[in-house]
Ligand binder design. Structure first.
Ligand code: NAD
Length: 299
């Protein structure tokens, strides 16, 4: 019989991840409070549920892809008390990027109820979610992570075991702090080239084969028109919202405070993205940081 997965959160990332499970032969019971998103997923084969509690009935796996620590704690523990409705046979896989402390709280609360849960935040963006090439950074019990591979392998190319509860989230925020820094650096370099008469496509080609090569430049170029099918060539719509990057940079700074680590570039990145967000760009893709380098006259 086909395995049943409950999928909670069918936004930019959750929806394509759920569709890949359907393609792999899973039955997917989905819920998202935004009716329009739920409806779009139903058109792709997701079974519509009117609540998270309904979705988890009979599920082998319960996957969540939510925006924040508050959303995860509210769903599982505080408001919806979803842990009360999840069956012992289910494995909970929370793929949201949240604080290590919230994630530990969820995994401990699940264990206290006799349930199995892991954290599995992802990297790879919306493109990676659609192409099933995500990297999962898992934390929790090793055997639960092994069991999760049954389902994770159909949504990603890499499943890493980072360590106990919280370790996956720590790996994720280190990665995203670095991502923010190289996205800002890439945008700054591209604008410098353009201001000095270079074609951004030519400059990208040169740097991609030189020591400036990096993911922001080669896979997710922030300069409009350099690459097809990235948010920069679609008015910075879709992708990874500035507001979510601000959240991740805040989590990185919290972790740095806790460990008394020195993160000057992470702190600067948080300030630049924070200001960009305040200027009304919270909903745009994070590569829109390119626009802070544009001269007023060119806007
Ligand atoms: P999103 O805002 O597009 O999607 C989140 C969805 O969760 C929304 O549709 C929202 O309605 C839904 N939701 C909120 N509360 C819910 C509940 N109680 N039950 C069910 N659904 C609920 O965000 P996204 O871009 O898909 O990101 C989701 C998570 O993945 C975030 O933690 C983000 O940091 C992380 N992430 C995103 C990307 C990216 O490129 N977008 C990449 C890696 C990681």
């Amino acid at each position: 019989m086909n395995k049943i997965t409950a999928f909670l959160g069918l936004g930019h990332m959750g929806a394509p991840m759920a569709f890949n499970l359907i393609k792999a032969g899973f039955r997917v019971r989905g819920f998202d409070p935004v009716e329009e998103l739920l409806q779009k997923s139903v058109e792709q084969g997701v079974e519509k549920c009117s609540s998270a509690t309904e979705a988890v009935k009979g599920a082998d796996f319960v996957i969540s892809m939510l925006p924040s620590s508050a959303a995860v704690e509210s769903l599982y523990i505080e408001k919806d008390h979803l842990l009360e409705a999840i069956e012992e046979r289910s494995l909970i896989i929370d793929c949201s990027t949240i604080s290590a402390s919230s994630s530990k709280r969820l995994l401990n609360a699940a264990r206290n109820k006799g349930l199995h849960a892991i954290e599995a935040p992802v990297s790879g963006g919306v493109k990676g979610a659609a192409a099933a090439t995500l990297s999962f950074m898992c934390g929790g019990e090793h055997e639960d992570v092994e069991r999760a591979k049954t389902v994770l392998q159909h949504m990603g190319a890499n499943v890493f075991f980072a360590g106990p509860a919280g370790a996956g989230q720590t790996a994720k925020i280190c990665n995203n702090m670095l991502l923010a820094i190289h996205m800002i650096g890439t945008a700054e370099a591209l604008q410098l080239g353009v201001d000095n008469g270079l074609d951004p496509k030519v400059l990208t080609e040169i740097m991609a084969k030189s020591s400036g090569a990096n993911w922001s430049l080669q896979t997710y170029n922030p300069y409009p028109g350099v690459m097809d099918s990235v948010p920069a060539s679609n008015q910075y719509r879709g992708g990874f919202k500035v507001g979510l990057m601000c959240k991740d940079l805040g989590l990185a700074q919290q972790a740095a405070d806790n460990s008394k680590s020195y993160t000057p570039l992470g702190s600067l990145a948080r300030n630049l993205f924070g200001l960009h967000s305040l200027k009304g760009n919270e909903e745009l893709d994070f590569s829109s940081i390119q626009t802070i380098f544009r001269k007023e006259a060119d806007q």
